[in-house]
Design a protein around this ligand. Structure first.
Ligand code: S3P
Length: 174
């Protein structure tokens, strides 16, 4: 199994919109780990956090990571915290090519705050979120490829990503 393209990055990095566009451009199916979790649980992510807490949500992510081993040839968008545990970056790389959608903190923070209900942002001030972002960077950095998203439209990110994938595949063959 394998051959997937796996998108990682902080909340607001554009994993969902870029993933959807990329899947369409490649003619592959698109899966979001958050959607797998909400479908299996029959509850939204904010409900899971509110009713069972973050630790339970992380355990569900762990299970989802194991289920993804059954998947090949897809585009997978991970929740922002999924890669950020020891062993997870390597487990993701075993599924395919991991791409970090990197964005400057200010940009992703503003995007994350604007769109969607995100329990990890609730009750934390900007400095705390920035500390979380910095703590997660070493995990994201273990991706095979990094694509910058700051000041770039999702369409352009997809084009940059396709080019980076192409070069990566050619390097892998030589
Ligand atoms: C989380 C990010 C969310 C979701 C959950 C926890 C995180 O996904 O998995 O709310 O810990 O960063 P997005 O990165 O798609 O917002």
């Amino acid at each position: 199994m394998g051959g997937n393209v796996i998108l990682v990055g902080f909340m607001g990095a554009g994993k969902s919109s870029v993933g959807r566009l990329l899947a369409r451009r490649l003619g592959r199916c698109f899966v979001e780990t958050d959607d797998v979790i909400t479908a299996r649980e029959g509850r939204s992510i904010p409900e899971i956090f509110a009713e069972r807490g973050e630790a339970h949500f992380r355990a569900l992510e762990e299970e989802t990571l194991r289920l993804l081993a059954l998947k090949s040839g897809g585009v997978i968008a991970t929740g922002g915290g999924l890669p950020c545990r020891d062993g997870h970056p390597a487990a993701l790389r075993a599924l395919g090519t991991v791409v970090w959608l990197r964005g400057e903190f200010d940009t992703v923070y503003e995007r994350a705050r604007r769109a969607g209900e995100r329990p990890m942002l609730a009750g934390r001030d900007r400095d705390e979120i920035e500390a979380l972002y910095r703590a997660r960077e070493p995990y994201y950095r273990q991706a095979d490829l990094t694509v910058d998203t700051t000041g770039v439209t999702p369409d352009q990110v997809v084009s940059d990503l396709l080019l980076a994938l192409h070069v990566h595949q050619r390097e892998g063959q030589s």
